[in-house]
Design a protein around this ligand. Structure first.
Ligand code: ES4
Ligand code: ZN
Length: 321
């Protein structure tokens, strides 16, 4: 039943949907050394101890993406998953700096992803938005430069976000960049409270003016913050399988997502980097049923929240609900 529930996905890094099989195909197509000698080797390497240990492998994997067609093929594979899993709407993150730092033009990245989104929309009505993420381990100047490079493609973007290594890179570092993005009419989100403290969630809200918090599970450590998130119905895009694989939680049975839901927070469930964390959106719903005894009603609430928390217009939300 849950697998067929109409859902939206609000936290998916498109580079994190690059499966080992396609990675090896693209490496060969581009005449590059394969990041792994086999699919089995790749899967064996996907044993992470924290966020950084994952990011090191994730950026290496993204190195096989060279041409516009590569970005198209990666995005297309994810969109086929959306169709198969009743993900009627998806808001996709991409990391341009992972590619521009390697000499790939931002137009190659955006045009490849966008062409796949348009084809899926035309072929089966797939709804989607695209969110440009800044890498927070790089400088705020580099983020500002990336924003400038992206502005000619502004019409293809709904907003900007902040991802990569959280500790030591607080939201405050990017306040000026986000102010500029907002002045250009872009919405804002940020990863906060995944590994970082609750204070980073406050900063994301107050300094970056975010509409949603990505992850945010450490909000539970700050009761005043909890009350604000409930009162203002600020969405959290929680990623259970990601939190397990990156050791944010020791065991899925200890995940706080249903506690947050029951307290009245607007929480959603998402796959984050499905090729690396062992599954797409339905796998994340299934894990909550298996390990947290999630009820049918709670699953329906999460699915409903995913549309409520989306950047669809109020009119579009009515059509989906
Ligand atoms: C990410 Cl799980 C996670 N956290 C922060 N940045 C990311 N980029 C891709 N996945
Ligand atoms: Zn993420």
């Amino acid at each position: 039943m849950i697998n067929h529930l109409p859902k939206a996905e609000l936290h998916i890094h498109i580079e994190g949907s690059l499966e080992p099989e396609l990675m090896l195909t693209l490496a060969e197509r581009n005449g590059l050394p394969a990041p792994f000698s086999s699919i089995q080797d790749a899967q064996a390497a996907y044993a992470f101890s924290d966020l950084q240990s994952f990011l090191d492998i994730y950026y290496k994997g993204a190195g096989v993406l060279i041409t516009e067609q590569d970005f198209y093929d990666m995005t297309w594979a994810y969109l086929l998953r959306c169709r198969a899993e009743a993900v009627l709407h998806t808001e996709i993150f991409f990391d341009p700096q992972t590619h521009t730092e390697r000499g790939i033009d931002i137009s190659t990245v955006i045009n490849g992803i966008d062409r796949a989104l348009q084809d899926a929309k035309n072929q089966w009505g797939q709804s989607s938005h695209l969110i440009l993420c800044f890498l927070r381990h790089l400088s705020s100047e580099a983020a500002m430069e990336t924003l400038e490079q992206a502005l000619p493609y502004k019409d293809k973007l709904i907003g900007v976000g902040l991802d990569s290594s959280e500790m030591g890179h607080p939201p405050s570092k990017f306040q000026a960049v986000f102010e500029r993005a907002i002045s250009e009419g872009l919405l804002t989100v940020a990863h906060a409270g995944e590994e970082g403290p609750a204070d980073y969630i406050w900063q994301a809200l107050d300094l970056l003016k975010v509409s949603r918090i990505d992850h945010g599970v450490r909000c539970i450590e700050d009761e005043q913050l909890m009350e604000r998130l409930i009162a203002e119905q600020i969405p959290l895009t929680v990623c259970p399988q990601s939190n397990l694989k990156l050791c944010v939680v020791d065991d899925m049975s200890q995940h706080n997502i249903l506690d947050l839901l029951n307290r009245g927070l607007l929480v959603t469930t998402n796959s984050d980097d499905p090729a690396y964390f062992g599954g797409y959106l339905n796998k994340n719903y299934d894990a909550l049923v298996e390990h947290l005894n999630m009820t049918q009603e709670q699953a329906v609430q999460l699915a409903r929240n995913s549309f409520t928390a989306s950047f669809l217009s109020e009119q579009q939300k009515i059509l989906f609900n």
